[in-house]
Design a protein around this ligand. Structure first.
Ligand code: NAP
Length: 283
């Protein structure tokens, strides 16, 4: 039976450290502040925003929430982002995805000043990550790397297989692992023979968004399995959240594994705080 990587506990411990550091920074006259912009018509987005606001309060970071309905014009969001860029009290800006279909996400993201781009999504910050230069790194990949480091003293030389190549999770995560000297394989919807490639992984990460996508035969005995997926299911009238990994069966062969919930999710929110603090201090 695999060791459970308890993302909730690891995130809580990390947030205590962030809280301590925020206290020190405040003594020097700076209150880190994050602006959370939600124009999503997805009800889950409001849940994510509330979690982020609550954790910000806990660690002592100031947060401002801007809510719009799904009729909002792209120009209104652009105006807000420009205003937040010019506001010296705001250190970090997060544009909650997904946005309404008529709004161009990438165009808006690229309006965020790169030094306030808390989720590392601007083309400049993504380029910095890909060229190995210092910059802001997306929160979820940072959280995954943190979890991996609790299991592996040394990542160099391990074969990491990442399923998914979005600009928010899969791609930056693959790059981060490459920068950590892993041998990295990136899989996506055109990849063939997924199971046999995954079976060669020392570290297998799924960021697909499909329940029970990763089955037992995808996993080499003893491998570390990280489940980034968040899928909302309804079974017998009960709503629940599951990941991409068939946890019950995969945990019989994996060496270590995350759960959903309480795996990667809490780490993502913790790294939002970490990145806000970093932006308030260093830029
Ligand atoms: P996304 O933008 O929809 O990307 C999904 C990726 O999966 C794409 O690269 C896609 O390939 C790939 N894919 C889809 N079907 C596949 C298949 N049959 N075989 C192989 N690859 C396949 O999603 P995302 O934003 O990266 O998020 C992925 C999941 O992580 C979602 O469940 C999301 O809710 C969750 N998530 C969790 C957190 C957290 O904090 N826990 C944070 C962010 C996201 P193509 O590129 O070829 O289309």
């Amino acid at each position: 039976m695999a060791k459970i990587i308890n993302g909730r506990k690891i995130a809580d411990e990390f947030c205590e450290q962030i809280k301590e550091r925020v206290r020190e920074v405040k003594k020097n006259g700076t209150t880190p502040c994050v602006a959370l912009v939600n124009a999503s018509d997805d009800p889950a987005s409001e849940v994510y925003i509330s979690k982020k606001k609550k954790l910000a309060e806990f660690v002592g970071i100031s947060s401002m929430v801007y809510r719009f309905d799904d009729k909002v014009k792209e120009s209104s969001l652009a105006d807000l982002i420009r205003k937040l860029n010019d506001d010296n009290c705001v250190h970090a800006v997060l544009l909650q995805a997904p946005l309404p279909k008529n709004i161009r996400f990438r165009e808006l993201v690229n309006l965020i000043h790169p030094d306030k781009d808390v989720d590392g999504l601007t083309t400049l910050n993504q380029g910095r990550l890909f060229s190995g230069e210092p910059g802001v790194i997306p929160c979820t990949p940072l959280g995954v790397l943190h979890l991996l480091r609790t299991v592996h003293d040394r990542l160099a030389g391990l074969h990491a297989v990442v399923i998914g190549r979005s600009s928010i999770v899969g791609r930056p995560l693959s790059q981060l692992l490459l920068n950590a000297n892993c041998t990295v394989t990136s899989l996506h919807s055109y990849s063939q023979d997924l199971a046999s490639i995954c079976r060669t992984a020392d570290i297998l990460i799924s960021a697909v968004g499909k329940p029970h996508f990763v089955e037992q035969d995808f996993v080499k005995p003893g491998a570390t399995v990280i489940d980034v997926g968040v899928n909302r299911m309804e079974e017998n009238g009960m709503k629940r959240i599951v990941g991409d990994v068939d946890f019950d069966n995969v945990s019989e062969v994996a060496g270590a594994i995350t759960q959903v919930p309480n795996g990667v999710g809490p780490m993502t929110v913790a790294y939002l705080m970490h990145n806000t603090l970093k932006l308030a201090c260093c830029y």
